[in-house]
Design a protein around this ligand. Structure first.
Ligand code: ATP
Length: 301
């Protein structure tokens, strides 16, 4: 049994007449970390909220851990935990209260709730803040508390809508580590994020959605195997004319830097030439972000 099976899933918000999802068919395996990627308004949150039984689909069907969202929402709710995009913490309650009370509300014994809360507080580096009222914490710390409330649970499937939004680089990596540990326990994770490096590092599989439609899905490595330009060469400054750069491959301008997407041989030749000319240059393989930009919005060339 898969973690999620969606077939021809569509959602129209009737009041605004927005078609947020169109005919999405995708499968998320058990024990996977699966990430939805897409531009603002692409439909990621809508998909996640339907799977979390917070919204009804307009057409199609979707099951979560074997239960249909229309027929068995309560079964689903008992097995999932959700970090919503716009949740909030409660002013006077401390991080400890938020986590411990969430676990008690889910039916854990006091003993187990205490143990899990202790572990999560340590994992997310909230020890020094554990007894401070939430409204005295910074935005990033409150976000960590919201993530902690979900990851501390024993839910089989955890949904996180932009969990690392507004977090510093060290905290983001912490959260990646925690999600990884959850996965090792055999639990499944559905994520949305705008940090494509995060998706590439963490996910077994990703889906790119654009204006409600599924553009592509698969593992990051599979998706990148199908890209014909294997490497990118970033050159800062203007030691090459645009025409010269174009002779090596496809050129994308990123602020003061030119990025040339090309094959391995031409990439190496260009990097060597740039070094000879004393340019600041970096050669790397193409990333999921390059593919994403290509698929859902071209950067000016
Ligand atoms: P973001 O990355 O900006 O969070 P998203 O990919 O999560 O975007 P959604 O929030 O799912 O996108 O929105 C998809 C579309 O549905 C957008 O056009 C949005 O304006 C619209 N939409 C979302 N929620 C509602 C709502 N409650 N009522 C009406 N329209 C909505």
């Amino acid at each position: 049994m898969n973690a999620i099976e969606a077939v021809s899933l569509s959602k129209i918000y009737h009041r605004s007449k927005t078609q947020a999802l169109s005919d999405i068919t995708l499968t998320i395996g058990r024990g996977e970390i699966f990430t939805l990627l897409g531009r603002n308004g692409a439909g990621k949150t809508t998909f996640l909220r339907i799977a979390a039984t917070q919204l009804m689909p307009t057409k199609g069907r979707i099951s979560v851990l074997g239960h249909d969202v229309r027929d068995e929402p309560l079964e689903i709710r008992s097995k999932i935990a959700v970090v919503p995009q716009e949740g909030s913490t409660i002013g006077p309650l401390t991080p400890w209260d938020h986590i411990y009370l969430t676990l008690i509300a889910r039916g854990l014994s006091r003993n187990e709730a205490r143990q899990r809360a202790e572990k999560t507080i340590a994992q997310l580096e909230l020890l020094e803040y554990r007894n401070q009222p939430a409204d005295s914490l910074s935005g990033g710390l409150r976000q960590r508390v919201r993530v902690a409330m979900a990851v501390a649970t024993d839910a089989d499937f955890i949904f996180l809508d932009e969990p690392t939004l507004g977090l510093d680089a060290v905290s983001r990596r912490r959260i990646w580590g925690v999600l990884n540990e959850i996965q090792k326990e055999g639990r499944s994770i559905l994520l949305t994020t705008h940090y494509i490096d995060e998706a590439e590092i963490l996910s077994n599989n990703v889906a790119i959605i654009d204006r409600g439609r599924l553009v592509v899905s698969g593992s990051p490595a599979e998706l990148l195997r199908n890209v014909k330009e294997r490497v990118r060469v970033d050159i800062v400054g203007s030691s090459f004319s645009p025409e010269e750069l174009k002779s090596y491959g496809r050129v994308v301008k990123l602020a003061e830097r030119f990025r040339v997407l090309t094959d391995d041989r031409r990439g190496k030749e260009l990097a060597d030439e740039a070094v000879r000319r004393g340019s600041d240059v970096a050669l790397a393989r193409v990333s999921l972000e390059d593919l994403f930009v290509d698929l859902v919005g071209r950067v000016e060339e």
